[in-house]
Every structure is written in C-alpha cells, then in structure tokens.
Design a protein around this ligand. Sequence first.
Ligand SMILES: [Ca+2]
Ligand SMILES: [Ca+2]
Ligand SMILES: [Ca+2]
Length: 281
Amino acid sequence: MLAIRTRRRKAAALAAAAVLAGLAAPSLTASPATAATAPVTAPSGPSTTANSDYDDTYYKDAVGKTGDSLKSSLHTIISDQTKLSYSAVWDALKVTDEDPDNSGNVILLYSGDSRSKSLNGGDNGDWNREHTWAKSHGDFGTATGPGTDIHHLRPSDVQVNSARGNKDFDNGGSEVANGGGSLTDSDSFEPRDAVKGDVARMIFYMAVRYEGDDGFADLEVNGNVDNGSAPYMGKLDVLKQWNDEDPPDAFEENRNQVIYDDFQHNRNPFVDHPEWVGSIW
Ligand SMILES: [Ca+2]
Ligand SMILES: [Ca+2]
Ligand SMILES: [Ca+2]
C-alpha cells in the first residue's frame, strides 16, 4: 500500500511537471495511452499539487475547502476514531515506530536511535511514551483521549524526553545530550532536522482533532513559547516553517497508514496534505 501510494505520488509529480510524455513513470492508470496524451490538469506549484489516495473517500467532505471551513470539516472526519488505553499505547508504538531495518527495535523520535522494543520503561537507557503535544498544555494527562492519541505519541529516550519536558517548540538553544542534534534552552525545544516536519504535523493534527467538544480542552497553536499549562503550543510560524522544510517521508507515511489500518482508524490530514497547514494557518 505504501509503495503504491509513493509511486502514485511520484507519478503525479512527473505529470504535473509536464515532462516527456513517453517517459512514463511507473503507471498505475488504467490506460497508459490516455495518460500520455491527457492535458495536465493539476494546478501548478508544489503546494497545490499534493494528492492522496483518500481524497475521493476519507477526505471527500474536506477537499476543495479552505481556512476555518477546512479545519471544521477535518475535525469531523478525524474525530471518528478508535481510542486506545494508555497501556495499549506501548504495544501500538512497537508497531507504528518499528525500525524498518530491524523489526526488534523502534526508532526514537528526537535522538533517531534504534532501540530494542523490550526496553520500554522509565529507567535511563529505556524508551518511553513522549507526548509531542505536552500533556500539561491543556492538562489532559493520560486518560483515554488526547493523552493516548498515538498520532502524537512517539518512542523517546527517557533522558531526552525529560530534557524536552513540556517546552514549546522553537529554533535555538544548546545541544541536548544524546539528542541526535536536538537543541534546547530555558523555554523551547528544537528537534533534529529529520523530524521537524513530523513534530509540526503532529501538533497541527492535535489542534484540529481537539476542539473542546469531547470533555477535553480545545488545543490550539499560537505564537508563544511560554504556554505552560494553557491549552496552546508554539511556535506557530516556526512549526509552519518546519512543515515546509521537512515533508513527509516513507517512515511518517507508513506510520499514518498503520494507525489508520490497525489502531485508531483515523488519519493525520497533514501527513497526507501538508499544504493544508498553510490553508488553515
Ligand atoms: Ca527558546
Ligand atoms: Ca521527517
Ligand atoms: Ca483545537
């Protein structure tokens, strides 16, 4: 499934660039002849050409909308989900974040380390369940709900997780020990480059998924780095930049698919459509 989606996306990009008609990308269309002669109908520009296999199904009520209307539609779509207990999150993360090169390990979000699945726990050297949207920002804890939503829960080294704490996200700081290049200062955390976009899209997912209509706080993104226990997460302009600089890769897309297929049965719209971030914010 993932391979098909990736190939299809690449094929679409080639078509949009109006390259040689004879140089067919691995074609999944019913008729190669039609594909070769059809006019390019996709809008120009990388931010508007993204498409998803789910546009005609999962996202059909959202496609074509913008701004608050898009956000509202996506909220309705992604709120239809299966919810996990906090203890079930351990086993889920062992699947969603499995190291593609070693099925006995998970990849840790901030450090990028590959570590044994069996080292889940709370001691130094273990990995634990990082709430990318810090659970104090809206005080949702680990009750079934936002605190157990694996779209933003990731394996993290215990000590690196502690260094992140509940800080907002921003650029700058000094290097976090064993943090894979992550930086931090007194009021913010900057993950390594390879997961900057992942972090941003998790935060944007949370802001759309949680709108205050299900007994939990309405989570929102803002421009601050001192949000503390307020139900906000910053820093908006930086997160938008990270979304642009680090587009979804195969690992992140696979993660979204596994969550959809096997666990929560909802999707992170911004992994499928990163350009929707700029439409809403
Ligand atoms: Ca700072
Ligand atoms: Ca990434
Ligand atoms: Ca919200």
